[in-house]
Design a protein around this ligand. Structure first.
Ligand code: C2E
Ligand code: CA
Ligand code: CA
Ligand code: CA
Length: 278
């Protein structure tokens, strides 16, 4: 993790980290082979800031191997990317969230379903065919799906990325730029990609009530985005004071513990959709 050109003395902690790693890698292979056992999706609500109305959710992957208990996506997603499992896991979550999206659409609900895409999935040679197949399989309405991508796609051929994303936006699928402000080539991504939404990273939101400069920065992103007909989402909003500032800055939608944590679909329905799903 610390890169090349350094030496580290072996100690017990390193041994424990390595054996956890090896054990998790073994379990991941086993669970994937076993029909994606212990993998599920949680859903976190997204609300409009003006009317405080539920407009959609983000599907977030969860892995709960009984041998370890819940493993954080911050740990297992990079592992899956490194081991080449992210395509299978990514397809699995599209299938689960796609079915859920169809179910809510069939019930007459107008909800957007956001699904994360790793750049490793987009650069697969059969990416577009896969997406078509998944839409056929799940029956999910493409115009209700939004794929979240990060600026990391900018390290690949931008023309190619743009073309691939254009193919799916032509079907009505939306694209959101995730974790905005944490990468290196943000402005180029905004200029080149067919974006529907920009998601401002939680690190800015954490700071927004304490540091007036951060509000200036967010306002700039909002103005730029709106001029380009792109919506803005604030991520990781936890407190009323943050919500109030972001609404005043005309951020379009809000995601964060302030409205709700990621939760299983039955809890989500109970908490947010009980009146609409009679
Ligand atoms: P992300 O896409 O930026 O997702 C938002 C993360 O912020 C989620 O963490 C969510 O639980 C957390 N979060 C949301 N609101 C708040 C808040 O108010 N306070 C705090 N403290 N945290 C909040 P989670 O679920 O642990 O996921 C971590 C990351 O793992 C995601 O970050 C995403 O990069 C990745 N990930 C999760 N599911 C998938 C997936 O299906 N595919 C891919 N490729 N990546 C995924
Ligand atoms: Ca995301
Ligand atoms: Ca994010
Ligand atoms: Ca993030």
């Amino acid at each position: 993790k610390q890169g090349k050109n350094c030496t580290i003395n072996y100690n017990e902690t390193i041994g424990r980290i390595l054996s956890r790693q090896i054990e998790l890698e073994r379990l991941m292979h086993k669970d994937i082979t076993n029909g994606f056992a212990h993998f599920t999706a949680y859903y976190q609500p997204i609300f409009s800031s003006s009317e405080k109305k539920l407009v959609g959710c983000e599907a977030l992957m969860r892995w709960n191997p009984p041998e370890f208990g819940q493993v954080s996506p911050a740990e297992f997603i990079p592992m899956a990317e490194r081991l080449g499992y992210i395509n299978l896991l990514g397809e699995n979550i599209i299938r689960i969230a796609g079915r859920q999206c169809k179910k809510w659409a069939d019930a007459g609900l107008d909800l957007r379903m956001n699904i994360n895409l790793s750049v490793g999935q987009i650069i697969e040679p059969d990416f577009l065919d896969k997406i078509d197949t998944l839409f056929d399989e799940t029956g999910a309405p493409p115009d209700k799906i939004c794929f979240e991508v990060t600026e990391s796609l900018a390290i690949h051929d931008m023309e190619k990325m743009k073309e691939l994303l254009k193919h799916i936006t032509d079907k009505g699928v939306k694209i959101a730029l995730d974790d905005f402000g944490t990468g290196y080539s943000s402005l180029n991504c905004i200029k080149e990609m067919p974006l529907n939404t920009i998601k401002i990273d939680k690190s800015f939101i954490d700071d927004i009530a304490k540091n007036p400069d951060t509000a200036v920065f967010v306002k700039m992103i909002v103005n730029l985005s709106h001029d380009l007909h792109i919506a803005v989402c604030a991520e990781g909003v936890e407190e009323q004071v943050q919500f109030d500032i972001l609404r005043d800055l005309e951020t379009d939608v809000i995601q964060g513990y302030y409205f709700g944590r990621p939760m299983p679909s039955d809890k989500f329905e109970e908490k947010f959709l009980s009146e609409k799903l009679q």
